[in-house]
Ligand binder design. Structure first.
Ligand SMILES: Cc1cc2nc3c(=O)[nH]c(=O)nc-3n(C[C@H](O)[C@H](O)[C@H](O)COP(=O)(O)OP(=O)(O)OC[C@H]3O[C@@H](n4cnc5c(N)ncnc54)[C@H](O)[C@@H]3O)c2cc1C
Length: 501
């Protein structure tokens, strides 16, 4: 199902496919909030900018499915940052994200972008006694960074909490209206945006980069990889330091009962709340039920977990929207912003936003634009993309490098009648035939769709996701529909389709 944000935009497609070779100062790959924010700032500085987007509509991937809280309160992070990096770096993280809120507010005001931007307070709360001490320590940590957060025991929520940290004067908006507003300013300032244009490779040629799409190329001095999970592995090695996590969202009509503020709890399962003005009504957006993308777990209850929770407080509510999406999670909880690799000057990246990409993408755009302008940015060292901290999380690391199997080169297969008959309708499985694996989905009418269940990114064995009818990669979070079409990065190629006799 579409997100409410996507449904809120009329006249979505104003962009065309790239059908000629062109040159530009900067080539940006991806029209999510990060790519568009970079494009916006760069055209304002007089750069000639080209933005390439593989989807038909801009900002239709993670940015089009977020919950769009604009806050520097990234759940419980500041005590962790102080403990791992020290106060100076933790303060920079906090102030960079606080500044991002003001930057976004400034863009909305200056450019008159009608995106339902509103100021509100943000809370991390707990109902779990075991978490209370963590909440108190986090609040002390934030205060020690000279930021005036408050520990409170009462909030506007319709249920009791044991404790919460309040960050005042944060914000929320409609991320897609904001994205279309940025795109409008970019094109009005001579920037070019092309959709239905998938980037397949980037090569260095002398002082320039050549960005290759299916049939054309863009020559540019600078490249910004704003593709969410990078689809290029060599030199950057992001596949060794990032995975993807899926979260589920519902939008419910609470029939006039509302509360102010934006909320997330610190315990698991996670629940995130905010209201949105939508077509004359206030709808409650509830997010959570996170899991590592591609995990072999039962997903049939993912939306129900959210719905059951919200019905405790709003028993008569009506669920109007359900959607899910994924974000990149860095192993040390800090985004990767800056040079793609030390060996690729002038090629930049912003990724690993850890589900806090509304402010992080603005931080990233400012750091990268400053690099292009040759200016120092006081926050860049915290987020340095080429940092070489030891990866402490061995379990995650192991997960990401195991499960690699050899790619199969197959076109035609004979599977035993028995195997196919045993497969229930509307389910998918990886079947073994002659020692080789085949991913088979049998639709509601019994029609069979078979693919090579090996991810086209780095060859991991895919898992079947029966909720969305997709093949998901447990290593880096690429996703494909049941016909094998690529949906989410880092893979950019479709799966091989297998014909079954
Ligand atoms: C459920 C959920 C809720 C969230 N809620 C919040 C929140 O409340 N607040 C917050 O701060 N953050 C939140 N986040 C995180 C935030 O939404 C993301 O970090 C942010 O949207 C990522 O933006 P992006 O521009 O990096 O990626 P995207 O929006 O995914 O944009 C990347 C673009 O690149 C394009 N692309 C990829 N590969 C290619 C290619 N080869 N060629 C051409 N184009 C390509 C894609 O099609 C896509 O349009 C949430 C995340 C999730 C999953």
């Amino acid at each position: 199902m579409n997100s409410l944000w996507i449904d809120s935009i009329e006249n979505k497609n104003n962009f065309k496919k790239l059908e000629k070779d062109i040159s530009s100062d900067v080539c940006i790959i991806g029209t999510g909030t990060f790519g568009l924010t970079c494009g916006y700032y760069l055209v304002k500085h007089g750069y000639n900018v080209t933005i390439l987007e593989k989807e038909h509509e801009i900002a239709s991937k993670t940015t089009g499915h977020t919950t769009a809280k604009i806050t520097s309160q990234h759940n419980l992070i500041y005590k962790y940052l102080i403990d791992s990096l020290g106060k100076v770096q933790a303060k920079k993280y906090l102030y960079a994200n606080q500044e991002a809120i003001e930057n976004i507010a400034g863009i909305v005001k200056d450019e008159k972008i009608d995106c339902d931007f509103e100021r509100t307070d943000s809370y991390v709360y707990t109902k779990d006694m075991d978490e209370l001490e963590k909440i108190k320590l986090e609040n002390e940590a934030v205060n020690s960074l000279e930021f005036d957060s408050k520990f409170v025991t009462e909030t506007p929520l319709p249920f009791e909490v044991l404790g919460a940290i309040k960050f005042s004067n944060q914000a929320q908006f409609n991320p897609l209206k904001y994205a279309y507003g940025l795109a409008d300013k970019i094109t009005k300032n001579s920037g070019e945006i092309y959709t239905d244009t998938i980037v397949q490779n980037i090569e260095k040629e002398g002082d320039y980069f050549i960005t290759y799409t299916e049939n054309n190329k863009v020559k540019s001095k600078y490249v910004i990889l704003a593709s969410h999970y990078p689809f290029i592995d060599r030199l950057g090695y992001y596949f060794l330091k990032m995975y993807q996590s899926t979260s589920y969202v519902i939008a419910v009509d609470t029939h006039g009962k509302t509360f102010d503020g934006m909320y997330i709890n610190s315990e698991i399962p996670t629940f995130s709340y905010r209201f949105v003005n939508y077509k004359g009504k206030k709808l409650l957006i509830v997010g959570g039920a996170d899991h590592k993308t591609g995990s072999k777990i039962d997903l049939s209850n993912a939306y129900k977990i959210l719905e059951d929770e919200v019905r405790k407080y709003f028993p008569d509510c009506t669920v109007l929207y359900k959607w899910n999406t994924e974000d990149c999670i860095s192993l040390d909880k800090i985004p990767y912003i800056g040079e793609f690799s030390n060996l690729m000057p002038n090629m930049y990246i912003g990724t690993g936003f850890n589900k806090w990409g509304m402010t992080s993408s603005n931080v990233a755009a400012n750091i990268i634009v400053d690099k292009i302008l040759g200016k120092e940015n006081e926050y860049e060292d915290v987020f340095k993309s080429t940092r070489l901290h030891p990866i402490k999380n061995n379990e995650e690391l192991g997960n990401m490098v195991k499960e690699v199997t050899n790619s199969l080169v197959i076109n035609r297969f004979k599977i035993s009648e028995n195997d196919l008959t045993r497969l229930e309708n509307d389910t998918g499985h990886v079947l073994e035939y002659d020692g080789q694996k085949i991913g088979v989905y049998k639709d509601k009418d019994g029609k069979i769709f078979a693919i090579n269940p090996v991810c086209t990114h780095l060859g991991c064995l895919l898992s079947w996701n029966n909720l969305d009818k997709t093949w998901d990669c447990p290593c880096h979070g690429s996703r494909f529909d049941y016909k094998g079409h690529q949906l989410y990065n880092p893979a950019i190629k479709d799966l091989d389709v297998i014909e079954i006799e």
